[in-house]
Design a protein around this ligand. Structure first.
Ligand SMILES: [Zn+2]
Length: 244
């Protein structure tokens, strides 16, 4: 956990208690549980900006209903090892949706890890040389209950290689065989990747994706514009600056 995340948690702990209607700042089970979820988000590597965003923030996007259903049936998804492949254009809420699944899973006591492909590749490489890293790889990536790989195609295209393919292949195979769900977000849909003539992913990896992942495509406006507008208003909008 880096310093920024640690500082954010410290502030949140105070804020959550102060805002608690039940104990009015003294600290109780209710606000402890609320803070506990933030702490779990941090430990699972979920980016700070998604800790408070919810599925209803992208309610207008087509495809979100499927994510809601997936969250409702999370225990079954875990039991069956069903992961999900969320595709859509930049900014229409794929990462937010993946993080919502993460939070729901954390609330139910599952372990979760949010990663990018390059982090996975680095973890595998580090594990070759160090037993400590090997243990960490096993716990955080291979055996974690829900593994999220965000923006898989973006990093992949930059790092296309046999090594990346073999790492992903072995990771997926192990997880699929043990019914451990993987949540993937990508700009391109799985069907498009399957049909594509470009061999970005190996054929055996693609058939593993196809057999183990439910697919959802997001269609909707660019949420980043709204978030940007809100951020601009929040930052520049207040006029009660005494120095002005
Ligand atoms: Zn409280």
């Amino acid at each position: 956990m880096d310093n920024k995340v640690r500082e954010k948690l410290k502030k949140l702990k105070i804020q959550v208690q102060e805002e608690c209607d039940l104990c009015k700042g003294k600290g109780c089970d209710f606000c402890c549980a609320k803070f506990d979820l933030y702490e779990k988000c941090a430990l699972s590597n979920i980016p700070i900006k998604y800790w408070n965003l919810k599925l209803k923030d992208i309610a207008g996007t087509i495809g979100v209903e499927h994510i809601k259903k997936y969250v409702e049936k999370l225990d079954q998804a875990y039991e069956d090892g069903n992961g999900i492949f969320i595709s859509g254009k930049n900014g229409n809420g794929k990462t937010l949706a993946a993080c919502s699944i993460c939070k729901a899973a954390l609330k139910r006591g599952y372990t979760v890890r949010f990663t990018f492909l390059n982090e996975i590749i680095t973890s595998f490489t580090d594990a070759m040389y160090s037993p400590d890293y090997r243990l960490r790889l096993k716990k955080d990536i291979i055996e974690v209950d829900f593994l999220i790989i965000d923006d898989i195609d973006k990093a992949y295209i930059a790092e296309e290689s046999k090594y990346v393919n073999s790492v992903l292949d072995s990771l997926f195979r192990t997880r699929v065989q043990n019914c451990r769900p993987v949540i993937i977000t990508a700009n391109v849909g799985l069907q498009e990747i399957l049909k594509s003539k470009e061999e970005i992913f190996s054929k055996s990896l693609l058939s593993l994706f196809d057999e183990s992942l439910l697919t959802v495509s997001f269609v909707g406006g660019d949420k980043r514009k709204d978030i940007k507008k809100e951020a601009m208003e929040k930052f520049f909008g207040d006029d009660d600056d005494p120095s002005s």
